[in-house]
Design a protein around this ligand. Structure first.
Ligand code: HXC
Length: 276
């Protein structure tokens, strides 16, 4: 710690003083967000989760970011959950705020205009599985392990797992995983619809980036409209949701992108979308 002239610890701006816990890299329209705490298997403590929420919020408003990829540093873990040591000191009010902070991060992944992709490169447990579930797409390494082991700590999933796991898979499977705390390998996760695809570990990032760059070339207006419409599919009124789909479909015809896409097909060329 640097000391001031009086010998006491000086306050250091966070960015200089501490290691970056969330690494963000931009690659061809995709932002790759890496939770970088490999010594703790990328478990999320208050500082790390706050930084993740802040980065997601920033990216959600960045028009140059077309797709967001979430992954974990190292070759062992995506995110091994909320930091258990941090949680062991919380009282009821602090635990509620902690739950809400994770919900905020998850909600951003679920509702930001851009598609979000989880690259699950290892353990995705507890809160890690919950953040993956909030992403639009999930790709897993064959070495990944997923689950909601909170029950073994005397607690329950608190960042959306009870709802999103049931929606992504089935009510019965969600109850099994959450009540028993059993973790599943990548193949079982695939069979259950918990992940979209499984790759060899070394193929995971290339596969995810290939998909991310494909998405980055599409119309962001159409992607956002599709994402928002699908997000409503399992809640609210079905007839109303269909009517809303119809509206959004129609509204897209005011965009340059729809004109471009429909014209490019007729002209037998690749469309070039501009996000208007
Ligand atoms: C804090 C964690 C951690 C976690 C791992 N570590 N997971 N620290 N919180 N969730 C730390 C370990 O303490 C250890 O640090 C280091 O990472 C390596 O982990 P090991 O246990 O030594 O590795 P291994 O034996 O290979 O076992 C891997 C593991 C195990 C099976 C993933 O670490 C594990 O069971 N972790 C907890 C998983 C879990 O229960 N997650 C859900 C948390 S509850 P040291 O310094 O000791 O070497 C949750 C709630 C979310 O997420 C909602 C909140 C509202």
């Amino acid at each position: 710690h640097p000391r001031g002239a009086d010998g006491r610890h000086r306050r250091v701006p966070a960015r200089e003083g501490s290691r970056q816990l969330i690494d963000v890299r931009h690659e061809g329209g995709a932002a790759v967000v890496t939770v970088d705490r490999p010594d703790a298997l990328n478990a999320l403590d208050l500082e790390t989760l706050t930084a993740l929420r802040d980065q997601l919020r920033r990216l959600s408003e960045d028009v140059d970011t077309k797709v967001v990829v979430l992954t974990g540093a190292g070759d062992r873990a995506f995110i091994a959950g909320a930091d258990i040591k941090y949680m062991s000191g919380l009282d009821v009010e602090q635990a509620k705020a902690w739950g809400e902070l994770g919900h905020e991060a998850a909600r951003l992944l679920e509702t930001m205009p851009q598609p979000t992709i989880a690259a699950i490169n290892g353990f995705a447990l507890g809160g890690g599985c919950e953040l993956a579930l909030a992403c639009d797409l999930r790709y897993a390494s064959s070495k990944a392990k997923l689950g909601q082991p909170e029950i073994n700590l005397g607690i329950i999933p608190g960042w959306g797992g009870t709802q999103r796991l049931a929606r992504a898979t089935t009510l019965g499977f969600a109850k099994e995983l959450i009540l028993t705390g059993r973790t599943v390998g990548a193949d079982e996760a695939l069979e259950r619809g918990l992940v979209n695809a499984v790759t060899e570990p070394e193929d995971l990032l290339p596969r995810v980036m290939e998909t991310a760059l494909q998405l980055a070339a599409k119309s962001p207006l159409a992607l956002e409209a599709a994402k928002q419409a699908i997000n409503r599919a399992l809640s609210g009124d079905h007839a109303e949701n269909l009517a809303r789909e119809s509206d959004r479909f129609g509204e897209l015809f005011a965009s340059e992108d729809a004109k471009e896409g429909l014209t490019a097909f007729a002209e037998k060329r690749e469309p070039k979308f501009v996000g208007r």
